[in-house]
Design a protein around this ligand. Structure first.
Ligand code: ATP
Length: 322
């Protein structure tokens, strides 16, 4: 390869900048040119493409977000736009492309690979919902942000002897909720994968807990499991325990990446360039069984994973609702 392009696509995640920096600096160290493509596939179609040098990625390793910006580009699902994207890559001399994003972004990369652009993808999402990998860029930072926020809510919740419903991100993937459930010592965790939500059961547990002298009751709710505010009102009415809902929201997407997100994103970025230099295409980099590995995109997309049942059962035991 002579020129590698790099783009970020789908939802942003802390650590994407570390990955971009690693792609740029590894490529330059190997004598390969780099072009940045802004706003994902949207920017590719609009030819929002610029030359990157070592300085283009100065002072970004510690920053959340993505200096390349990100976007959704529904047109890119259509073959004519994929064709156009491949032609634009060729026009700009881009013979290798690194795509940082989620499953949807991998599909776009696969479609470009079919049209002769060598592609390697990195898993970038705070949700950890990519089946082929045990690690995704941004999850560690997001879950730490959520944990710290929940600690703060818990302090005040205990002082006021309140029940708190705290909504974290992860509409379809309950990893942030599950990890926080354990890390924050929540009394209940509500996630889509193990949907057994029953308000009567929760109310009963709160009443019993109060009688036993509990000073707080923390419920971690993955977004999409009902309306946290409505739930708070109903629980307060039924239990007599003051109940508040807190939605952490987009704070979980931002912030300075943790050491793990910086180091793993850097390792994956460097590996993507090495693979492209070796002539690889249609690959996804993953972290599996404590090793960085790579898979064919179609193979990666066909994999499935489920929330760790052992962790889920453990969280229930540790909640101490006996
Ligand atoms: P996240 O999980 O963080 O939302 P994602 O990469 O899965 O990330 P999507 O919105 O699904 O996010 O996909 C990002 C972009 O990838 C889409 O806007 C589109 O441009 C492209 N894309 C998604 N699905 C396909 C597909 N089937 N074929 C070609 N391109 C696709």
């Amino acid at each position: 390869v002579k020129t590698i392009g790099v783009l970020t696509s789908g939802g942003d995640a802390p650590g994407m900048n570390a990955a971009i920096r690693a792609v740029v600096r590894t490529a330059l160290a190997e004598g390969v040119n780099v072009k940045g493509i802004r706003r994902g596939y949207m920017g590719l179609l609009e030819e929002d493409i610029y030359d990157m040098d070592s300085k283009s990625v100065s002072d970004i390793i510690q920053r959340g977000g993505t200096i390349l910006y990100t976007a959704r580009c529904p047109e890119f699902m259509k073959p004519e736009y994929q064709e156009k994207g491949a032609e634009i890559c060729k026009k700009h001399g881009i013979d290798g492309l690194v795509v940082i994003g989620g499953d949807g972004s991998f599909r776009g990369a696969r479609d470009l690979a079919k049209r002769g652009v060598n592609t390697v993808c990195l898993p970038g999402t705070i949700d950890l919902d990519i089946a082929c990998t045990d690690y995704t860029i941004g999850f560690d930072t997001a879950v730490n942000t959520a944990m710290q926020t929940i600690d703060k809510v818990r302090d005040t919740s205990t002082s006021h002897e309140r029940c708190s419903i705290i909504e974290v991100m992860g509409r379809k993937a309950g990893y942030i909720a599950l990890w926080c459930g354990i890390a924050n010592g929540a009394e209940d965790i509500l996630i889509a994968e193990r949907y057994d939500y029953n308000e009567e059961v929760i109310i009963d547990k709160i009443k019993k807990g109060r009688k036993a002298g509990r000073k707080h009751y923390i419920i971690i709710n993955a977004e999409g499991i009902g309306d946290s505010y409505g739930m708070a009102e109903r629980i307060e009415k039924a239990t007599g325990m003051e109940t508040r809902a807190t939605i952490i929201g987009h704070a979980q997407r931002g912030g300075s990446p943790t050491v793990r997100d910086r180091v793993y994103a850097s390792a994956m970025g460097g590996m993507a360039v090495d693979l492209l230099i070796k002539g690889a295409t249609n690959r996804v980099i993953a972290y599996k069984n404590d090793k960085f590995v790579d898979y064919d995109i179609d193979e990666a997309l066909s994999m499935t994973k489920d929330i760790d049942q052992h962790l889920f059962d453990l969280a229930k035991k540790l909640a101490g609702n006996f």
